[in-house]
Design a protein around this ligand. Structure first.
Ligand code: SF4
Ligand code: SF4
Length: 229
């Protein structure tokens, strides 16, 4: 086993080096309250035709069902402006570059010490992973009424990526939760053309973006994106 532990500082430097806009870490675990909430959401049919929400629940609620050796999830944020049109490809590429940066900075004896050998260690919107929940737990923001992760400085136009480590991180800072920042605002609820947003829920069946992929009004009107707050 490697003599030195992997530190949060190494991860932060690696994220910075490849151009991620922010990074946090969270212990791999099962998210019981999200499991309850999502099971109920699906039971009510609010997921519409997104039948993939009816599958892979065990993997979605606990990343260790996907990557059995997972100990830590590094959660990265990349703003839309930095990601270009094919954000999947850009973000995945950056995550792989970040993996290499971590290996270069830390120089473990064997990369298998920290990364799963079956290449299941990079995710972005492509696997049944509770991305927003983990981003919140990593101290990267809160879930707004527009159903998006809202980062206090970057707003909600961010793509979330995950790098899964099979090691714990030394001296990991305890992420300070970001307080719900919606307050009395309901701009997104009022502006949504499909009335898809409630105070605490999102009805996918009414969401224009889910049907046409051409709506982001609830992000456009959000003061966090206008930098008004
Ligand atoms: S993307 Fe458009 S339709 Fe969907 S919740 Fe936001 S404002 Fe409403
Ligand atoms: S528009 Fe207002 S209510 Fe909606 S997510 Fe942004 S701050 Fe929250």
């Amino acid at each position: 086993m490697h003599a030195r532990g992997l530190t949060y500082e190494t991860i932060r430097l690696a994220a910075q080096a490849v151009g991620m806009d922010d990074v946090g870490i969270v212990t791999a675990q099962r998210w019981d309250s999200d499991a309850l909430f999502m099971d109920e959401w699906v039971a009510q049919g609010l997921h519409g035709n997104m039948s993939y929400f009816e599958r892979n629940q065990a993997k979605r609620y606990d990343i260790r069902e996907l990557v059995p050796e997972a100990k830590t999830v590094v959660v990265t944020l990349l703003t839309y402006g930095h990601s270009g049109h094919d954000y999947h490809r850009t973000l995945k590429s950056l995550l792989y570059q970040m993996k290499q940066q971590i290996l270069d900075l830390w120089q473990p004896l064997d990369s298998g010490e920290i990364f799963s050998t079956d290449h299941q260690h990079v995710f972005c919107d492509s696997a049944p992973v509770l991305e927003r929940r983990m981003a919140v737990a990593a101290g990267l923001g809160f879930i707004g009424r527009n159903h998006q992760l809202i980062h206090p400085r970057l707003g909600s136009r961010v793509h979330i990526g995950e790098l899964v480590l099979q090691t714990e991180v030394e001296n990991a800072p305890q992420p300070a939760p970001v307080a719900d920042g919606c307050g009395g605002c309901r701009r997104c609820i009022d502006a949504c053309p499909g009335q898809a947003l409630g105070r605490d829920e999102w009805d996918a069946r009414r969401c224009v973006a889910y049907v046409t992929h051409k709506c982001e009004i609830c992000q456009q009107v959000c003061p966090y994106n206008e930098k008004l707050i």
